[in-house]
Design a protein around this ligand. Sequence first.
Ligand code: C2E
Ligand code: MG
Ligand code: MG
Length: 279
Amino acid sequence: MNCARNSGQQDICYYDPAMDQVIRHRLNIVDELRYAVARQQFSLCYQAQKRISDKKIVGFEALLRWEHPMLGAVSPVVFIPVAEESGLIQEIGEWVLRTACHAASQWEQPYRISVNVSAEQFHHHDLPGLVRDVLETTGLSPSRLELELTETAIFTDMARATAILNELKAMGVSIAVDDYGTGHSSLGLIRDIVFDRIKLDKLFVQNALGNETDKAIIRAVIFLGRSLQTTVLAEGVETEEQFAFLADEGCDEIQGFLLSRPLPHDLLVATGKVSLIAE
Ligand code: C2E
Ligand code: MG
Ligand code: MG
C-alpha cells in the first residue's frame, strides 16, 4: 500500500522481497544510531571555505561522519534522514554543535564555523536555547557561528521559522541557506528572510560549464545576492575551470574539493590549515 501511495502513479503494487530489505536496513540503522553517540562512533570533518577577492580562507563547514564497526562508513545522506524520522537527530545535532563550536574555540584564527541544522532539529526543539548554552559553554563568539538551513527546513513553517531565525540573529549568529536552488520556493524565501549567505547548490556548479541554463542560473543567483547584499558561496567547486567561471561572474566565496576535501580535526591542525591556541 505504501509503495503504491509513494509512487504517485501506480494504483497497484506487487510485493517484492526487496521492500522488506529496505525496511530492515532502516530499522538496523535506527538501532545502531541510537548508541552511536555514546559509543563515540561519530566524528566531524571540516571543509574550508575561501573568499575569492583576497583568496583567504574565511571559514570551515563541519560535516558529520559515522564509522560503524560492522557497517563501515555510513554517508550522512543515508543516516541523517533516518535520524530525523526517528527523533534521534536532536541528540546527534546537539553533539555536532557542541563538538564543532568547541573545536573552533581552540583555533588561533577566528574562522567562521558553519554547522548544518536539519528541519526536524530546527522546528521541534529550543534551538536558540541550545545555541546560547553551547556558546556560553565553549566561549565561542556568536559572530563566528553560522547555521546552515535548507529552504525546505525553513518553509515547513514560515511563521515559526522567522521567529526562531530572528532570535538567533539577535544573538549575533549568522544564517546561511544551504543547497540553494534545489528547494521549491527559492525567491519567496529570500524575499521574506534576510540571510547572511546563500550557498548555491553544487548541482549548478558541476553542470555549469557544459550547460547554458545552469550558467544563467548561477549568474542570476550571484546578481540576486549582490542586489540583496548577501554573500553568495558556490558549493562543490572541483576544477580550475569552474573556479574561473565563478570568479569572472563575481561570486564571493567557494567551497569544494578544488580547495580541500573535508578533513578530520587532527589533519586540519597537522597540515597547518588551522593553528591551535597555545595552552
Ligand atoms: P551539505 O551541507 O550541502 O554539505 C556539502 C556536501 O558536499 C558534503 O557531503 C561534502 O563532502 C560534499 N562536497 C564538498 N565539496 C565537494 C565537491 O567539490 N564535490 C562533490 N561532489 N561533493 C563535495 P557530505 O559530507 O556527504 O554531506 C552530505 C549532506 O549531509 C550535507 O550536505 C548535509 O546536508 C548533511 N549533513 C552532513 N553533516 C551534517 C550534520 O552535522 N547535520 C545535519 N543535519 N546534516 C548534515
Ligand atoms: Mg551544508
Ligand atoms: Mg549544501
